[in-house]
Each structure stands twice: as structure tokens, then as C-alpha cells.
Design a protein around this ligand. Structure first.
Ligand code: FAD
Length: 294
């Protein structure tokens, strides 16, 4: 199913992002995570591709399992900056051949030493995919501005080009300050971008995330989160509970503010996904008119 249909049917779309294990790691790990998520059934699962520039070809393999074995719609990420047009066409054809109907078109991370010049921006990849197929194309957006952009206004202007080339929904970079996110949405709408936007939420449940992924994205850490880290960094269980509580609170506030969806960066952690889903699913179901069973 195309994800654009989900946005037409639902007030709030709820999805997860997973990443393939490294090429030499056991692929069984991700299948174990997926089987633990089996009963949750998010609206779709996105699968990263080539993160950090690695040539990871397991995205397709995992997308196929998500679709056929778990009956969940996959959103396959696809990057372009380190690939030629032929390589991108091959990857795309591979996805379409296994029945993928949704692709997240990304520029990708720059890799030192890789000089391929067929694609510069995700908007060019979007245009390329659209010429090739009518599958749904999603794009990335950055509530605090993309780190390389001169300012947020320019970044939104570039995003409009991407959307005009055929992006039908946007997934946001992770963020921790809802007020900033809601102001960002106002700016995006004023710029004439009217496709659905899902808020990207990453539960901060491990001390390593603070110096790792969070630092990498440059996301602003509100003082509430810094206090949480300072207090519980050396107590994994307390940090886990505090992180789940923070993400739950953040999601409830976003749903109260009428966001069109939540995209949870679960970092392949089924336990965290389950706990957060238990907290928020009744609210999402209510919004979507799903009858509650007691
Ligand atoms: P773009 O939309 O091309 O934007 C990149 C920069 O170029 C921005 O600063 C933008 O303002 C600027 N720009 C865009 N168009 C123009 C123009 N016409 N003229 C001048 N400047 C322009 N990376 C991976 O490698 N694999 C993944 O699976 C992956 N998944 C992601 C999922 C999400 C939801 C997000 C938010 C990011 C993900 N990334 C992934 C990271 C992403 O590849 C990087 O953030 C990358 O630096 C930018 O990708 P983009 O598609 O947003 O680029």
C-alpha cells in the first residue's frame, strides 16, 4: 500500500525506523527484533540504506521480509550522492521488483574520497525516481535546519523544490523541543509546502546515544533532557525509564497539537518500541477512530 493512502485514511500515522545490521553482523538480529514487534503493527516500517556511506545492500532484503513475512508496509530508504545513475536505477529496480511501493529519497551522507557527480541533492533523486516509476516518494526534513544549510529559510526553500518534484510526505529529523518543531511547521506551511509531515522521535534511553547519534545530528538538548542525563547517565535502568517517559510525554504533546504522524527511531530496540507503543497507542487509536477493546 502506498503511504500517501494511509495519510488520507488516518489522522495520525505511526511508524518505526530500523537499520540493517552491519554487513558482517548476524542478520538474524534484525529478524528477532521484527518478530518481537509482530504484535505491535505500526502503519509502516522504514529501513535505512547505506547510512554513513556504507554500501549496505540489506535494505532490500529486510524490506521484503517486512512486507511478506510481517505484513507491514516497508518504506525503503535510498540515497544518491555516492552512486551513479545506473547504480541508483539498479537499486530502484530491485526494490520495485520485490513489490516495494514507498521509497524515502535521500541525498545521503558525504563520504570522503567518493566522487560521484550524477546527483547533488535529494530533489534530483526525487525527479529521477518519478520519471522511472509512480511509487510513493518520501523526503527528509530538518526542524532545526540541515547542518549544511546557510539558514532555515534557505533550507525550507530547497525542501519546497524537493516536494514539487514529487515528494508526497516528509519524515523529520529527530528533535526534543516540541515548541521549536511546531514553529518550524508554521514556517513550512507558510512556504506553501502542504504534504503530510511526520515528527521524528528518538527515545534517549542509553547514555551512549547522547554522545553518538544525538551529537551527530546536532539536535538541541532542552535543559530537561540534560538534567535527566546528568542525573541518570550512570544508572542504565533509571535512564531507560526516564527516556521512555520523556519520549511518551513528547509524543502526547505532539498528538495534542495535531501533528499528522509520529515516526519513532527505535534503534532496533523492540523493548523500547513496545513500551512507548503501550503508552501512546490508545491515544492514536482514539484519534483514528479505532474501537478500543477492554
Ligand atoms: P537534501 O534534501 O538534498 O538537502 C541536503 C542539503 O542541501 C541541505 O542543506 C539543503 O538545504 C541543500 N540543498 C538542497 N537542494 C538544494 C539546491 N537546489 N541548491 C542548494 N542547496 C540545496 N542517510 C543515509 O545515508 N541513509 C539513510 O537511510 C538515511 N535516512 C535518513 C532518514 C531521515 C528521516 C533523515 C532526516 C535523514 C536520513 N539520512 C540518511 C541522513 C541524510 O542522508 C543526511 O542528512 C543528508 O546530509 C541530507 O539528505 P537529504 O535527503 O535531506 O538532502
Amino acid at each position: 500500500m502506498k503511504i500517501s493512502k494511509l495519510f488520507k485514511e488516518k489522522k495520525a500515522v505511526y511508524s518505526f525506523e530500523i537499520f540493517p545490521p552491519k554487513i558482517n553482523d548476524d542478520i538474524g538480529k534484525i529478524y528477532k527484533t521484527l518478530s518481537e514487534l509482530k504484535n505491535i503493527k505500526p502503519d509502516y516500517i522504514s529501513i535505512t540504506y547505506s547510512a554513513g556511506g556504507s554500501k549496505n545492500s540489506r535494505t532490500k532484503e529486510i524490506a521484503q521480509i517486512v512486507k511478506n513475512d510481517y505484513n507491514i508496509e516497508p518504506l525503503a530508504h535510498l540515497t544518491c550522492i555516492n552512486s551513479t545513475r545506473e547504480e541508483v536505477a539498479d537499486a530502484l529496480r530491485g526494490l520495485i521488483d520485490i513489490g516495494v511501493e514507498n521509497v524515502l529519497a535521500l541525498r545521503g551522507d558525504r563520504v570522503e574520497g567518493e566522487v560521484k557527480s550524477d546527483f547533488k541533492y535529494a530533489s534530483e533523486l526525487t525527479e529521477f525516481i518519478r520519471q522511472y516509476s509512480d511509487i510513493d516518494i518520501a523526503g527528509a526534513c530538518y526542524p532545526e535546519g540541515h547542518p549544511e544549510s546557510v539558514n532555515i529559510v534557505e533550507d525550507i526553500r530547497h525542501m519546497k523544490i524537493k516536494v514539487d518534484k514529487g515528494v508526497s510526505h516528509l519524515n523529520s529529523q529527530l528533535f526534543f523541543d516540541n515548541d521549536d518543531y511546531l514553529k518550524y511547521l508554521d514556517m513550512v506551511r507558510l512556504a506553501g509546502i502542504d504534504v503530510p509531515i511526520q515528527a521524528g522521535i528518538m527515545p534517549l534511553v542509553k547514555a551512549s546515544q547522547f554522545g553518538g547519534i544525538v551529537k551527530m545530528t546536532g539536535a538541541k538538548l532542552p535543559s530537561k533532557i540534560s538534567r535527566m542525563y546528568n542525573k541518570f547517565a550512570d544508572d542504565p535502568e533509571a535512564l531507560m525509564e526516564a527516556g521512555i517517559a520523556y519520549a511518551t510525554d513528547q509524543i502526547v504533546d505532539l498528538l495534542s497539537s495535531g501533528v499528522e504522524g509520529i515516526h519513532l527511531y527505535i534503534m532496533n530496540n523492540a523493548y523500547v518500541a513496545k513500551r512507548i507503543t503501550e503508552n501512546i497507542k490508545p491515544i492514536i487509536d482514539k484519534l483514528n477512530g479505532v474501537k478500543q477493546t477492554v
